[in-house]
Write a protein that binds this ligand. Structure first.
Ligand SMILES: Nc1ncnc2c1ncn2[C@@H]1O[C@H](COP(=O)(O)OP(=O)(O)OP(=O)(O)O)[C@@H](O)[C@H]1O
Ligand SMILES: [Mg+2]
Length: 480
């Protein structure tokens, strides 16, 4: 229920408005003047305040300023006598949604509140739809799905803080992009962003890579060297694949996180670590903690504010926007002019489970992009494993599978694709062809041999349909 605050020194007006608003299912509190109003707003979570202009102790205008400086998203409606209309106009410049002239009619006020909430929702939706992050070079962080919008709003909040963030997600989900977004949109953006891949450093060198070493600290240390913690001073240190750091290093990392100090190898001088740590992993750290390969205390220290990136198969709504983004980039890189992606190709992409997530999608689009001779990406230009998906996903929706002893039968709805598979003699290719034949014959029967209609209703590109009919020696005319 929305929470409103009615503020007027006229107690009769306050009461009558409050009653009318409560009838409209708002939760209503009251205040007698600006000062009381500001106190209540600071203590409670109000959605909207209705403020009279002329009040003792603190005017409505002053209260408006204080409320807006506390929380600009609280809506304010000003109530004013005609003699104060200038103040009311001034109030709208200060962020009030609108004003109403006294005497106040309850239904006018209710209508205005309604309008205020609708516009607030619109603003929220817009802000939510377009979390545009500054990113390095000309890269973009694409995401339109609700899943990614949630992630974006978390990144947006975390970017402004200095706390350790652990980014979690399968391989290729964009963990490094999150780390960059946190850096580029936070207070350290003008300093260095240093990425370290923990899995790429040999165990014997990792301490020196992180903290640096003094000359002669170990065999081969023929000069003094600064480590990544010092190199990223003032900026962000991105510890990628944190699950791979050896136990000896885990304890040292924990110490830096706790004490914000480290000691270079072979030195007895402590150095302050002024870096923001962002870590990432695709490993199941909880399981690693259970089996003893990852320190529990370090895990808890890192996992305070995790950002979980959903796999691409759980946010298929992003596929189209990602494809467009990659096509734009490849147009520049390869100096081509591909304008988009054909619906059947998009459908096939949406049917694929994307175990390699966005990195895999990027590679697939690049592959298709290079092969494509026309102005749009066609399903034919996609790799074999993806092309097959369109047909397969159609079949899944179309057929109900029921397993009988020794045979699997796929039963079409009513128009008669019935397919028996001998489980003792399993052969995927042969079974697939058998299914295709039966499917095509049944579809042709239904659409009386008309190629265009069959292609349209069975959701097969016309070219593919003709190719398959030829392959199986099926003549559409036979069903006319
Ligand atoms: N939302 C996105 N918008 C645009 N590009 C993206 C997005 N997510 C990922 N990418 C691109 O996909 C590729 C893989 O992303 P990234 O390297 O950040 O993944 P990762 O989670 O770090 O993978 P890994 O675990 O394998 O290291 C990169 O080229 C990145 O630019
Ligand atoms: Mg990565």
């Amino acid at each position: 229920m929305r929470k409103l605050l009615v503020v007027d020194d006229d107690s009769d007006l306050r009461k009558s408005l409050s009653e009318a608003l409560e009838e409209n299912l708002y939760h209503v509190d009251q205040a007698r003047d600006g000062e009381e109003a500001v106190g209540k707003v600071l203590a409670g979570d109000y959605d909207l305040a209705i403020l009279d202009v002329n009040m003792p102790r603190m005017t409505g205008i002053q209260a408006l300023k204080e409320i807006k400086s506390h929380d600009p998203s609280i809506m304010v409606i000003i109530l004013t006598a005609f003699s104060n209309i200038r103040d009311a106009i001034e109030a709208t410049k200060l962020g009030a949604f609108n004003y109403l002239e006294k005497p106040i009619k309850a239904d006018h006020l209710v209508a205005m509140i309604d309008q205020a909430f609708r516009s607030q929702n619109m603003v929220k939706a817009l802000a939510y739809a377009a979390p545009v992050f500054k990113m390095p070079n000309d890269t973009e962080f694409v995401g339109q799905s609700n899943e990614m919008k949630k992630v974006f709003s978390v990144i947006d909040k975390l970017a402004r803080t200095e706390t350790v963030v652990l980014i979690r997600g399968e391989s290729g989900t964009g963990k490094e992009l999150v780390a960059q977004a946190l850096h580029c949109n936070g207070p350290r953006k003008d300093q260095r962003f240093v990425a370290v891949n923990c899995s790429a450093i040999p165990e014997t060198l990792i301490e020196s890579e992180f903290f640096g070493h003094e000359k002669g600290a170990f065999t081969g240390a023929d000069s003094r060297k600064i480590g990544k913690f010092q190199y990223s001073e003032g900026g962000t240190l991105f510890l990628d694949e944190i699950g791979e750091i050896p136990p000896s290093m885990q304890v040292k990392l924990l110490r830096v996180l706790q004490e914000k100090k480290f000691t270079p190898v072979g030195s007895n001088r402590e150095i302050d670590a002024n870096v923001r740590i962002v870590a990432a992993t695709n490993r199941n750290l909880e399981a690693m903690v259970r089996e003893g390969s990852f320190r529990e205390d370090l895990f808890y220290r890192l996992n305070v504010l995790p950002v979980q990136l959903p796999p691409l198969r759980e946010r298929k709504n992003d596929i189209e926007a990602l494809c467009r983004y990659f096509i734009d980039r490849f147009n520049q890189r390869y100096r081509k002019n591909i304008t988009g992606i054909r619906p059947d190709a998009l459908q096939a992409l949406k049917a694929h489970p994307w175990p390699g997530n966005i990195r895999e999608l990027e590679n697939v689009i690049e592959h298709a992009f290079v092969l494509e001779s026309e102005h749009e990406i066609h399903a034919e230009s996609l790799p074999e494993k993806i092309k097959g998906q369109a047909l397969q996903s159609g079949q899944e929706e179309y057929a109900r599978a029921s397993i009988e002893t020794g045979t699997i039968s796929l039963d079409g709805d009513d128009d008669g694709v019935s397919f028996k598979l001998n489980v003792q003699k399993l052969d995927f290719q042969a079974s697939k062809e058998e299914f295709e034949k039966q499917f095509l014959v049944s579809a042709l029967k239904t659409f009386k041999g008309k190629i265009n209609q069959t292609a349209l209703h069975a959701n097969i590109p016309k070219k593919t349909l003709l190719r398959k009919l030829e392959k199986y020696g099926i003549s559409a005319k036979d069903y006319a």
